[in-house]
Design a protein around this ligand. Structure first.
Ligand code: CP
Length: 306
């Protein structure tokens, strides 16, 4: 039985297969409409979510399966003190596959050790968000036609941003990738990712503070939100929250084919005036998230559709 804890759980070849399957699902939705009939997905969300929970649920419903779950720790027996390991033993009796989001790093890993059904990590603290990464890879491949040979700007909260951490792990396996890390000093990419992932794989990167300095050289810009929920004090959050605001004036500095991605939700970091720019791809990105999660559910349940 297979789980998804990190994007590294799939080889580059397996990722290609998964993205090809997502592409076929997009082109031929009717072919997959009954693939998961009789199967149940449980969504165990101990942290708020709109896209990740509902896109997993939409994915299972599109495949003809059923869904169950909870959307906050308060509405589950976690509020009474139940452990993650006991909860997953319970869910294993009720569902065929589950997606778990938890504020503590490693909680989905604990779950998969006690689970008899596939567990999908739907985001664990500031650690990883692998299904967002699958979404991002599919979006980039669909927009640019390839995943290597590009300068990718990662902007915002690179310290706590689990989407960025997962994306870096996944992209360093493609040739010709380089990163421009755009953040304030306090929100720099953690040292262990710079040394263990970027340096170890000889990936070129530069760190800059001003978005304007980076924009002209980028093939892709990945914006992120400064995450209020990860700060220990309100004062630091207030100081950082509007550090970057991408607007039409800044977009004028960027190449004509530089797409803008964002895992969403956004707060102020992308002005709404950018939404109508053809390079703004963050709403298309959400739609790709459903196709790739459909492909993931089929793969983890080992369901082949002829
Ligand atoms: N991208 C993402 O994880 O969004 P949600 O927090 O709404 O699930």
């Amino acid at each position: 039985m297979r789980h998804l804890m990190s994007p590294m759980d799939f080889s580059v070849e397996e990722l290609e297969k998964l993205m090809d399957l997502a592409g076929d699902i997009e082109a031929n939705p009717a072919k997959y409409a009954h693939a998961c009939e009789g199967k149940k997905l449980a969504t165990l969300f101990y942290e708020p979510s709109t896209r990740t929970r509902l896109s997993h649920e939409a994915a299972m419903l599109n495949l003809g399966g059923n869904i169950m779950g909870f959307s906050s720790a308060d509405s589950s027996s976690a509020a009474k003190g139940e452990s993650v390991s006991d909860t997953i033993r319970t869910i294993s009796c009720y569902a065929d596959i589950c997606a778990m989001r938890h504020p503590k790093e490693g909680a989905p890993m604990v779950a998969c050790r006690h689970s008899s059904i596939p567990v999908i990590n739907a985001g664990d603290g500031g650690h990883q968000h692998p299904t967002q990464t699958l979404t991002d890879l599919l979006t980039i491949r669909s927009l640019k036609g390839h995943l290597g040979n590009m300068n990718i700007g990662l902007c915002g909260d690179l310290k706590f941003g689990r989407t960025v951490h997962s994306l870096i792990h996944a992209l360093v396996r493609y040739p010709g990738v380089e990163f421009t890390l755009i953040s304030p000093e306090e929100l720099r990419l953690p040292g262990y990712i710079r040394s263990d992932v970027l340096d170890k794989n000889d990936i070129p990167y530069q760190e800059v503070v001003r978005l304007e300095d980076a924009l002209p050289k980028l093939d892709l810009l990945y914006m992120t939100r400064v995450q209020k929920e990860r700060f220990f004090n309100e004062e630091d959050y207030v100081r950082m929250k509007d550090f970057y605001i991408l607007d039409a004036k800044k977009m004028a500095l960027a190449p004509k084919d530089m797409y803008v991605l964002h895992p969403l939700p956004r707060v102020n970091e992308i002005s709404v005036e950018v939404d109508s720019d053809p390079r703004a791809a963050y709403f298309r990105q959400m739609q790709y998230g459903v196709y790739i999660r459909m492909a993931l559910i089929l793969t983890l349940l080992e369901i082949e559709v002829k």
